[in-house]
Design a protein around this ligand. Structure first.
Ligand SMILES: NC(=O)C1=CN([C@@H]2O[C@H](COP(=O)(O)OP(=O)(O)OC[C@H]3O[C@@H](n4cnc5c(N)ncnc54)[C@H](OP(=O)(O)O)[C@@H]3O)[C@@H](O)[C@H]2O)C=CC1
Ligand SMILES: O=C(O)[C@@H]1CCC=N1
Length: 327
C-alpha cells in the first residue's frame, strides 16, 4: 500500500509539487492501490521492503505498484483560509481523477498531520514556528518524515520545533515541478535505521517531477538562489530577449515563443550532451558574424557579472529568511 502525503501550507510551491506528483502517477494503479487499502491490505508484495526505483534521479513516470509503501497514493493539502481551500479544490479537480482525491482543508493542520505518513512543509519561512508548534502537531509528527521546502530555515532550526523522533529533511524544488520539469536539491540524509525508507520516499517524489540531486545542507542558500529563484531570473532574460525581437518588428507572441524555445533548446543541449555552455556559444559564433556582435553588446552591459551577482544577492538574502525579522 502507498502512503498519505500531507502538504502543510499548500501555496505556489506546494501546488507545483503536488500537481507534478499527481501527473506522474499512474491513475489506474492508484485506484487499485486504494481499492486494496479499502479492502484491508495489499494483495501482493511485502510492504516492509520498499523498492528504490529512481537510482539515476532523472525524470520518469511513477507507476506505483500495490505493496510499495514508498509511493504516495493519498493526498491532503492544508491552507489557512477557506477562500484558498476553494481555489485549490477547483484546481485539483481540474487535474482529473487523481486530482479529485486530494483533500483540501483550511485551518485543520493537526488532523491532516495525524492522518499523514509523510509531511511536506510548504508555508512561508516565517510561519514555520507557528504551524509546527500548533497544539498536538509535535506529537502527530513523531516518528514521521518532514520534508521542508522553506528557504533559509535550517534543519537544526526545524528540528528544534518538532519532536526529537521526527526526521527532518530539506528540499529545494522550483515551480517547473508543476510541469515535471523541476530541479530539486535534497539535503543529504543522515545515516539511521529509516534512511533507506526515507530515501525511497524522496526518490519517488522529486525525480518524478524533474531532476533531483542530493547535496549537503551548507549549499542550500545557493541552491535556493540558483534553482529556487532561477525561473524568475530565466524569465526576465527570456522577456528581455523577446522585447528585443519586438523592437525589431516581431509580433510579441512569436517573439516569446522563439525566446522560450531557444532557451529550452540551449539548456537541453547542455544537459543532454553534457557540453560546456561555452562550447555551444562558440559553435554558434561565426567569425565576423552577427552572434559576436550581440555577445559583445551583452559583455558591454556586464551581463555575466550582473547575473552572477544576482545569484550572490539572492543567496545572501536566502540565508536571512530563517532569521527573526529585524525591528
Ligand atoms: N515560490 C517559489 O518559487 C518557491 C518557494 N519556496 C519556498 O516555499 C515556501 C512557500 O512559498 P510559496 O508557495 O511561494 O508561498 P505561498 O504564499 O504561495 O504559500 C503559502 C501557503 O501557506 C498557507 N498557510 C499560511 N498559513 C497557514 C497555516 N497557519 N496553516 C496552513 N497553511 C497556511 C497559505 O494559505 P492561505 O493562502 O490560506 O494563506 C498558502 O497556501 C516558502 O518557504 C518558500 O521559501 C521554495 C522554492 C521555490
Ligand atoms: O523568493 C523566495 O524567497 C522564494 C524562495 C525561492 C523562490 N522563491
Amino acid at each position: 500500500m502507498g502512503y498519505t502525503l500531507c502538504v502543510l501550507g499548500c501555496g505556489t510551491m506546494g501546488i507545483a509539487v503536488l500537481a507534478g506528483v499527481i501527473d506522474s502517477l499512474d491513475a489506474a494503479s492508484i485506484r487499485l492501490d486504494n481499492a486494496l487499502r479499502n479492502a484491508g491490505g495489499a494483495a501482493n508484495g511485502d510492504s516492509s521492503t520498499p523498492k528504490l526505483k529512481w537510482e539515476s534521479h532523472t525524470p520518469g513516470t511513477l507507476t506505483p505498484t500495490s505493496g510499495d509503501p514508498s509511493v504516495p497514493t493519498q493526498f491532503v493539502a492544508t491552507v489557512r483560509r477557506e477562500e484558498s481551500a476553494k481555489k485549490l479544490r477547483d484546481l485539483f479537480e481540474g487535474l482529473g481523477d487523481l486530482g479529485k482525491t486530494v483533500e483540501v482543508v483550511a485551518g485543520s493542520n493537526l488532523e491532516a498531520v495525524q492522518r499523514a505518513d509523510v509531511v511536506l512543509l510548504g508555508c512561508k519561512p516565517y510561519m514555520a514556528g507557528a504551524i509546527l508548534q500548533e497544539e498536538g502537531v509535535q506529537d502527530a509528527l513523531k516518528g514521521k518524515l518532514l520534508i521542508s521546502v522553506l528557504a533559509g530555515v535550517t534543519i537544526s532550526q526545524l528540528q528544534s520545533l518538532v519532536h526529537p523522533e521526527t526526521r527532518v529533511v530539506r528540499a529545494m524544488p522550483n515551480t517547473p515541478c508543476k510541469i515535471r520539469e523541476g530541479m530539486t536539491v535534497v539535503s543529504t540524509l543522515p545515516p539511521g535505521p529509516e534512511t533507506a525508507n526515507d530515501k525511497a520516499i524522496i526518490l519517488n517524489i522529486f525525480p518524478s517531477i524533474g531532476r533531483c540531486r542530493f547535496l549537503e545542507e551548507k549549499h542550500f542558500d545557493a541552491c535556493t538562489a540558483l534553482a529556487g529563484s532561477g525561473p524568475a531570473f530565466a524569465c526576465l532574460f527570456l522577456e528581455a530577449m523577446a522585447d528585443g525581437g519586438v523592437m525589431m518588428g516581431l509580433p510579441r507572441a512569436e517573439a516569446v515563443e522563439l525566446a522560450a524555445q531557444t532557451l529550452q533548446g540551449a539548456a537541453r543541449m547542455v544537459l543532454q550532451g553534457n557540453s560546456h555552455p561555452a562550447q555551444i556559444k562558440d559553435s554558434v559564433t561565426t567569425p565576423g558574424g552577427c552572434t559576436i556582435a550581440g555577445l559583445l553588446a551583452l559583455e558591454d552591459g556586464k551581463v555575466r557579472s550582473t547575473i552572477a551577482r544576482a545569484i550572490q544577492a539572492a543567496t545572501e538574502r536566502a540565508s536571512e529568511l530563517g532569521q527573526p525579522a529585524k525591528k
